[in-house]
Write a protein that binds this ligand. Structure first.
Ligand code: C2E
Ligand code: CA
Ligand code: CA
Length: 645
């Protein structure tokens, strides 16, 4: 620009030296200068490319007094057309002049198809002062030029980002217009115009980039739903808008459960499909009645403006049952389902953070208790913070191998001999408190800690089993498997590795699994069970009677033993129906060649009754409560010693 502004001043000075008969030329230069500065103002004002082009054409005609000005862009489409972007005709002009302009079809392929404009584009330099009445390149338009009163034409290339994108063409009435100074100034105008276009495009690019960044910051790329940040903002705005008005709204946090399993079993692509299908289902279900957000890996949020608790509950029921009925997720519908947490403003919180946190803790509660949805209650807050604290401590204890293994003996009724033991994990947390397995095992299952926990139990059980083997004791040690363990892709390898490490045989250990664990995905569970069984390891169905308990179904399962749940043993002596169930279960299990273990046997009367019913094995306080391993080993020696006495 410094070069051009120097030039501009030089032209100004030379123009002012001109006197007398050259007044018209002086006048014209003065007009061009005026054009240039009007053009600059136009440049500053324009934010839109076409508006700038049109503005410049207008300035050239009105301030510069030219006959017409037009801007053409060179297109690479077939025939390489020059596409008119803007034009301005000097006043007064006739209707047919507009028609002529509108019908002009130019190409930059050859000069005879595009005249001065094409030459400027092709050469990248101005094409100056072509006499329209005599120039061979403008033969095609000569008649029109005469009729409309055009004398000469100059075209300036428009160079944007160092490429010629088109040309600015200016016509004057006189056939010999455009002297050097004038051309230099108009060339500057074309450069200014190009600079303006470049600037506007640059700004548009920046705006686009900002929009992309904005989208990335506020939208989930997979589902294209607004994300957690936008949820916070929206809830904030909603709350601010409701200040002083007595109106409620509800927030639902929806977790797609089993997504991890889908990811692990079928891969992330399938997992993503499940999420996209879930997002679509939610958007369709709520339509205009709620906004859907994607707020976590497998979590959505729904904002229901004006809803109260009743509406929110009804909507949750509806969305879950629709999802179940329609199996919204193709091919994997049996794996994914929703757990919904509900919090309502203002009752459950009047700050976005609190409301979202509470809806989420309600969702965790629904998930923990196996319900479709749960409403927040203050009880959850306390429970939730205890569970959070415990989870962190449990992770630490597992990492440091600080869990304990207890053993409980199993007694064969027929000959009153020990026939096995169950390994039961114990945890003394950092404060010294003994946390019961019924509390921390579900916590581990819930927080992904069950795999390392089970691996620890397995390692410890094998080490112990090796010690017994060395001491000549041959008792199978039963290890509990959680539902998720059956879907742990490393479980089989882990067992093989331990067998190899300790030189163990299949008969060393046994596994206890619950029916519900197997039912989650029977095919996958069955595959794992079969692989483990092929190593010679036995399987028991734990807590029999509590879950599906279909003996006919058991027929198809490769298990060796069922363990009648202690709740039946407890009720057996007082309630004839319970006694009948226990009796027929034992009978049918034997029919299927399965051994029967009764759990939780606490007294002699229970033992005797079970003996009478033909039960094979008992386990419970009557024989012994679970003991730390060292204690169990002493107990074992003492009881063997007692028997041998
Ligand atoms: P479970 O597998 O049904 O284990 C039997 C539970 O009954 C044990 O509770 C045991 O201490 C208790 N019990 C044994 N005899 C009696 C009795 O005569 N009367 C009464 N009232 N209870 C008796 P525990 O050790 O608290 O374990 C609870 C549950 O935690 C277990 O139920 C099992 O589902 C789970 N669990 C324990 N250890 C492990 C483990 O290593 N891995 C996994 N995945 N789960 C475990
Ligand atoms: Ca068990
Ligand atoms: Ca049990």
């Amino acid at each position: 620009m410094t070069q051009t502004s120097k030039h501009r001043h030089a032209v100004k000075r030379s123009a002012l030296k001109i006197t007398g008969d050259k007044l018209t030329e002086l006048e014209r230069l003065y007009r061009v200068l005026r054009t240039l500065s009007a053009g600059n103002r136009m440049l500053l004002r324009s934010s839109d490319e076409l508006q700038l082009l049109k503005g410049m054409c207008d300035v050239v005609v009105t301030q510069g007094g030219y006959r017409y000005a037009s801007v053409w862009y060179a297109s690479n489409d077939e025939g390489q057309p020059l596409v008119n972007q803007a034009y301005s005709l000097g006043l007064p002009h006739e209707k047919n002049e507009v028609a002529f302009f509108e019908s002009l079809r130019l190409s930059w392929a050859f000069p005879e198809q595009g005249g001065a404009t094409a030459i400027a584009v092709l050469t990248g330099t101005p094409c100056i002062g072509r006499n329209l009445l005599s120039d061979p390149d403008h033969r095609a338009w000569r008649e029109d030029a005469i009729r409309l009163g055009y004398g000469s034409l100059t075209s300036f290339p428009i160079r944007v980002d160092s490429a010629v994108i088109g040309a600015l063409s200016i016509a004057a009435t006189e056939p010999d217009a455009f002297n050097d100074s004038e051309v230099a100034l108009l060339g500057e105008l074309a450069e200014d115009l190009a600079y303006g276009v470049e600037h506007i495009r640059e700004r548009a690019r920046r705006r686009e980039a900002e929009e992309i960044i904005q989208r990335m910051a506020f939208y989930d790329p997979l589902t294209e739903l607004p994300n957690r940040q936008l949820l916070f903002k929206t809830v904030r705005t909603l709350i601010d808008g409701l200040k002083g008005r007595y109106q409620s709204f509800a927030l639902l946090i929806i977790k797609v459960i089993q997504l991890n399993e889908v990811n692990e079993t079928f891969g992330f692509q399938q997992g993503d499909k499940v999420l996209v299908a879930a997002a679509r289902h939610l958007c369709e279900s709520f339509g205009s009645s709620g906004d859907v957000f994607k707020v976590g890996d497998a979590e959505f949020a729904i904002l229901l403006p004006s809803a109260d608790l009743e509406v929110a509950t009804r909507q949750s029921q509806r969305v879950v049952s629709l999802f179940k009925d329609q199996g919204g997720i193709p091919a994997h519908e049996q794996y994914a389902s929703f757990s919904i947490g509900i919090a309502v403003y203002p009752g459950h919180g009047s700050e976005p953070e609190l409301l979202i946190r509470r809806a989420r803790s309600a969702m965790s509660e629904a998930r923990r208790t196996g319900r479709d949805y749960a409403v927040f209650s203050s009880r959850l807050d306390e429970g939730c913070s205890r569970r959070l604290g415990l989870t962190a401590k449990l992770r630490d204890s597992i990492n440091k191998g600080q869990l304990l293994l207890y053993c409980q003996p199993k007694l064969r009724l027929k000959n009153s001999t020990l026939c096995g033991a169950e390994a039961l994990v114990r945890w003394r947390c950092q404060e010294g408190e003994m946390v019961p397995p019924s509390e921390f095992v579900p916590l581990a299952e819930f927080s992904g800690l069950i795999t390392p926990l089970t691996h620890w139990v397995l390692e410890t059980a094998f080490r112990q089993r090796f010690a017994w083997h060395e001491a000549g004791i041959d008792l199978p040690l039963s290890v509990n498997l959680s539902a998720q363990d059956l879907y742990d892709p490393h479980l089989v390898g882990k067992i093989e590795g331990l067998m190899a490490t300790w030189g163990g045989e299949g008969g060393w250990i046994k596994f206890e699994v619950t029916e519900s664990g197997m039912m989650k995905d029977p095919l996958v569970a069955l595959e794992a069970i079969n692989k483990i069984k092929s190593m010679g390891v036995g399987f028991s169905i734990d807590d029999f009677g509590v879950g599906y308990s279909s003996l006919s179904y058991l027929r198809n399962l490769p298990v060796d033993e069922i363990k009648i749940d202690q709740s039946f043993v407890r009720g057996m002596l007082d309630e004839p129906e319970v006694a009948a169930i226990v009796g027929s279960t034992i009978e049918m299990a034997h029919h299927l060649n399965l051994e029967v273990v009764a759990e939780g046997v606490e007294n002699e009367a229970e033992k005797d009754y079970l003996t009478m019913l033909g039960c094979d094995v008992i386990q419970g306080y009557f024989v012994s409560a679970p003991m730390p391993i060292e204690e169990f080993n002493d107990w074992l020696l003492a009881s063997v010693w007692q028997r041998n006495k």
